[in-house]
Design a binder for this molecule. Structure first.
Ligand code: OOG
Ligand code: NI
Length: 455
């Protein structure tokens, strides 16, 4: 349809509208954006290699608009409809995250764009969790929560109409897409009025703060929006210097010359006034916070297994009383500190670019060389393939530090991916396959470029 607005455009518009809304709702988020912009400017000014690399791979624009957010949903039907909403914006569910093992009764996916051009345009992603009431032992409260959730509709009527239009016609025109963005914002808005009385809120909160947060409000308020910073240790120090109270530990891998996966830290959630049903006085609820993230290279399944193993051993040491930062540093002592080492050990996904060899007189590209040999002989260069996803242990840490939830043992029984996908109405994409495909595509393109030059 020629007059349909591209999903990338709708996603960019939505992400920017959501950021504006959150800035007015939570002014501290605006302060964090300024801080991150200052840090990024400083890092790029002092590291011209990074600056050029980012410029060349067209990553600078993306950095300025890059945000992730999170919402927590109460029912399968809500998840299914939100999937349709995000589909209009070119976002699909990637990955399955089981947080029950960490004592948080939800499972989740990340809605995000997957095409490289779309990621470059705006990689907006939303960590979306679904409450698992079946993990709650108290049958009476479980039934009560189900009843309350069944009464609400988190989407506006007009949002639902526009979804039907988008599905029937394969997209939205300009006027429709503008309206759609405004209607979807309503689902993410904060409500300072609870839908229940304070006793119900307290009862649900006593089972798990997360349950009260999901069940007692009209909609799944966006609980944070996260900008991407190039040096999270620097930004963390700056947070302290500016009087923003940050979480003590940075989640994710320790600092390294070659950053991998995702490192995150946050400032603690605000205590916000809430009017409960039938009460004249205000109570409070704690849900919304600020977070910053630094993204590094995506790891292969083997790299990820190594990372998870080292993380578990550091956490076990921490449980024995070792300082967490120290335990992490010790566990990761042998972890490679360059992209080349990670790549040759098969731990990282990379993007291949044509190297210098094809520009040299008289050199001929032999057939059948491995990617490693092509890199060693200068035919190919490599750069990090950015990790676009989340980490379940880190996510559980973020949940906990912001819900005021005490560390509790994991729920038994583990994840239930099949049930999650049934609720979602589709299977989640495998993040590893997406990285693998991106790596393969870059290899084919780089080799084509090498061959295209007359030898
Ligand atoms: C989501 C926490 C997960 C992250 O960055 O890992 C997350 C939540 O608190 O709802 O956003
Ligand atoms: Ni987050």
């Amino acid at each position: 349809m020629p007059n349909h607005v591209h999903p990338d455009e709708i996603r960019s518009n939505f992400s920017s509208a959501l950021s504006d809304m959150y800035k007015t709702e939570v002014p501290l988020y605006g302060d964090l954006l300024d801080l991150v912009a200052d840090t990024n400017r400083r890092v790029l000014q002092s590291d011209s290699t990074l600056m050029h690399a980012m410029e060349e791979s067209d990553q600078l624009h993306r950095l300025n608009v890059e945000r992730h957010g999170a919402v927590r949903l109460g029912t399968a039907a809500e998840l299914e409809t939100l999937r349709r909403v995000f589909a209009v914006m070119g976002m699909v569910p990637v990955g399955y995250y089981d947080l029950s093992v960490a004592g948080v009764p939800v499972h989740a996916t990340a809605f995000r764009p997957i095409e490289e051009a779309s990621l470059r345009r705006n990689p907006f992603r939303v960590f979306t969790s679904l409450l698992r009431l079946e993990l709650i032992d108290n049958a009476e409260l479980r039934g009560e929560a189900e009843k309350i959730l069944a009464r609400r509709d988190i989407f506006t009527g007009r949002c639902r109409e526009l979804l039907d239009v988008a599905d029937a016609e394969g997209g939205l025109n300009l006027a429709q897409s503008t309206e759609f963005v405004q209607e979807v914002l309503e689902t993410f808005r904060w409500h300072s009025e609870a839908t229940v009385d304070v006793q119900t809120y307290r009862r649900l909160r006593s089972i798990h703060p997360l349950i009260a947060d999901v069940v007692c409000f009209k909609g799944p308020h966006i609980n944070h929006l996260t900008p991407r910073v190039l040096d999270i240790d620097d930004a963390q120090a700056e947070m302290k210097a500016r009087g923003i109270k940050a979480k003590t530990d940075i989640e994710g891998p320790p600092r390294n010359d070659c950053p991998v996966l995702l490192r995150q830290t946050s400032f603690l959630a605000l205590d916000e006034p809430i009017r409960f049903v039938g009460d004249a006085a205000h109570g409070t609820h704690t849900a919304r916070f600020g977070e910053i993230e630094q993204r590094g290279c995506a790891l292969t399944p083997e790299g990820r297994m190594r990372y998870d193993g080292l993380l578990q051993s550091a956490l076990a040491d921490t449980a024995q009383g070792t300082d967490r930062a120290e335990a992490m540093r010790k566990a990761f002592e042998q972890w490679p500190n360059s992209l080349h080492a990670l790549f040759s050990e098969g731990l990282a996904f990379v993007r291949f670019l044509p190297g210098r060899a094809h520009l040299e007189q008289g050199r001929k590209l032999a057939d059948g060389l491995s990617a490693q040999a092509l890199v060693d002989e200068g035919w190919l260069q490599i750069e990090a393939l950015v990790y676009e996803d989340f980490l379940p242990v880190s996510a559980a840490g973020i949940f906990r530090s912001n819900l005021g939830a005490e560390v509790r043992a994991g729920y038994e029984g583990g994840g239930n991916r099949a049930e999650f996908e049934r609720a979602l109405g589709t299977a989640v994409r495998s993040e590893f396959s997406l990285y693998e495909a991106a790596q393969e595509r870059s290899l084919a393109e780089a080799l084509k470029a090498c061959h295209a030059v007359p030898q």
